[in-house]
Design a protein around this ligand. Structure first.
Ligand code: NI
Length: 138
């Protein structure tokens, strides 16, 4: 069991008011949990900036009728096979595919991999969700 430490935070009243509105809109029950999440998010960003081994998901939406697009996306994934843990392909409708690739590698390699996929012509939307192995977070 980790020690819980309480500490006071001084803040401009108007800023705190905006923060309270913001966290209320997001469904937080209290400021403490919201602040803990902000701290964790900041630490995850630090892991990415520090080049640590990270995990994440790359989400792609594309039309598989676009000529050679499926093949190009597969080729890129084979180029980065060491970073791929798993992938999921959903046929959304007659044209569109959703692909989710779960990745684990050094942050810079994952970023480069995601940039290549998302930047491929014909990909309608792509997003890298950058998260953490969690070892450094509680
Ligand atoms: Ni498909």
């Amino acid at each position: 069991m980790q020690d819980i430490i309480r500490f006071g935070v001084s803040m401009d009243a108007a800023l705190l008011e905006r923060f309270d509105k913001h966290i209320q809109d997001r469904g937080y029950g209290n400021r403490s949990e919201a602040i803990r999440d902000l701290v964790r998010d900041s630490l995850v960003r630090e892991e990415w900036e520090g080049g640590d081994e990270v995990v994440g998901t790359i989400t792609l939406v594309y039309d598989h009728h676009v000529r050679e697009l499926s093949e190009r996306l597969t080729d890129i994934q084979h180029d980065h096979f060491n970073s791929v843990l798993s992938s999921l392909h959903i046929h959304l409708d007659h044209h569109n595919c959703l692909e989710v690739i779960v990745v684990r590698d050094e942050a810079s390699k994952v970023q480069k991999f995601a940039d290549r996929l998302i930047g491929t012509r014909g990909v309608k939307h792509g997003k890298l969700s950058a998260t953490t192995r969690g070892a450094k977070l509680r």
